[in-house]
Design a protein around this ligand. Structure first.
Ligand SMILES: Cc1ncc(COP(=O)(O)O)c(C=O)c1O
Length: 402
């Protein structure tokens, strides 16, 4: 009987070449996610995982009940590809109530598998190879591979510590007729910056001047501190049909594993986004969309409590980190703290993070993973604090010994 190698078109001598032969060019320009790698390392070393941003406390009972009820009630087949009607209606009502944005649930909402898919489908839907996409950095690491996978070129613009402001001339210089979109994340991961109305108006002005889209990641919209206000750039005059708003249930409702998100965009943009979404994933989990309709109908009090609760965890975590010798940057939103490690005398963030995981058994994310040029993040690391107080307490005890 012929061996596998003989039956294959390749001869044994060719087998090492398979590695490159079957590796598409689009995958070789980026690595696997550093954040998710940190989660695996944390598990390996039994470290407290303050790397990946997922809560270790339960989701609201009312959502769990709704999901169970949907499965028991046989909501087990494909939902409409761009989202179950009750969920799209709940999204419509929520945006009207919270921001006064009027949406057509039939033509302007695409429910997808988390905002991860929403961002990918949006970039694939609107960019062509050679188009440019402007990205503020430090940035959530997915935007790098997302733009590469969609064939776009990137222009990175620095947010400058300590308050993560940007230079308006520098941003303007990054725009040209090749600019198809700017990716904006507010409240921002990893910095905690909440873009102000003035900043958004400036960005909106550039989008209109250069005929560019704003693709916004608003996944932390309800996690805000010290009176900060989230303003969707879609509400800035002239931006209603120039914005693709990406969001999800993951962070607001503590259900990162459910993988339910949505994209809001004008009908012509939604047309293209829906096509990409349909052939990528068909749709998000049908019973969880039923629970999503319950989530988005929660009263405003839920969001007030969410911000207050995370605000208390933020304050506790700032104390822990400062007590352990870190210089911290106080976030105005989201649930991360960027910390400066230069006081510890390590050559770079990777060496420090390794020490933190292996010796102190606390995992964080190396700052370099948020920059195109790793050097720029080499004295930064990011901690998340979306954890039970017991978890934060263990982290405190361990960090006190670094
Ligand atoms: C800014 C940002 N966008 C998107 C995501 C992923 O969101 P989802 O779970 O909806 O795919 C994360 C998760 O950490 C995030 O921080």
């Amino acid at each position: 009987m012929a061996s596998i190698a003989e039956r294959s078109l390749l001869q044994p001598a060719d087998i090492p070449n398979r590695r490159t032969r079957f590796r598409s060019e689009r995958t070789v320009r980026f690595t696997e996610s550093v954040i998710r790698e940190m989660t695996r390392l944390a598990a390996q070393h039994n470290a407290v995982n303050l790397a990946q941003g997922f809560p270790d406390f339960p989701a609201p009972q009312i959502l769990k009940d709704a999901a169970q009820k949907a499965i028991a009630g046989d909501v087990n087949q494909y939902a409409i590809t761009w989202g179950a009607k009750p969920f799209r209606d709940a999204i419509t009502a929520k945006y009207k109530r919270t921001y006064g944005i009027e949406l057509d649930p039939e033509r302007e909402i695409t429910v997808c598998c988390g905002s991860t898919e929403g961002m990918m489908a949006s970039l694939m839907a609107v960019t062509n190879p050679g188009d440019e996409v402007v990205i503020f950095e430090p940035h959530y690491e997915n935007y790098g591979p997302d733009t590469l996978l969609s064939g776009a070129n990137r222009r990175f613009i620095n947010l400058h510590a300590p308050d993560w402001t940007f230079d308006r001339d520098e941003l303007r210089a990054a725009f040209s007729k090749r600019t198809k979109a700017i990716v904006l994340c507010t409240p921002n991961n990893p910095t905690g910056k909440v873009f102000t109305r003035e900043e958004l108006e400036f960005i909106a002005g550039l989008c209109q001047e250069f005929d560019t889209l704003a693709i916004t990641d608003e996944i932390y919209e309800h996690i805000l501190y010290d009176g900060a206000q989230h303003i969707p750039i879609m509400t800035i005059p002239g931006m209603r049909d120039r914005t693709i708003l990406v969001n999800s249930m993951s962070k607001t409702y503590a259900v990162t594993g459910w993988r339910v998100g949505w994209v809001i965009a004008s009908p012509d943009l939604s047309d293209s986004i829906r096509k990409v979404h349909d052939f990528l994933t068909v749709g998000a989990a049908a019973p969880l969309q039923e629970a999503g309709a319950v989530a988005l109908a929660l009263p405003d009090e839920y969001y007030v409590n969410l911000s207050r609760d995370y605000g208390e965890r933020r304050d506790a975590m700032l104390k822990v980190l400062e007590g352990a010798g870190f210089k911290t940057f106080r976030p105005g939103g989201a649930y991360y703290i960027m910390a400066d490690i230069s006081g510890f005398g390590y050559p770079d963030d990777m060496a420090f993070t390794r020490h933190l995981i292996e010796d102190a058994r606390v995992a964080a994310v190396p700052g370099s993973s948020f920059f195109e040029n790793p050097q720029e993040g080499s004295q930064l690391i990011r901690f998340c604090f979306c954890k039970k107080y017991e978890t934060l307490k263990v982290a405190q005890e361990r960090l006190a010994r670094i």
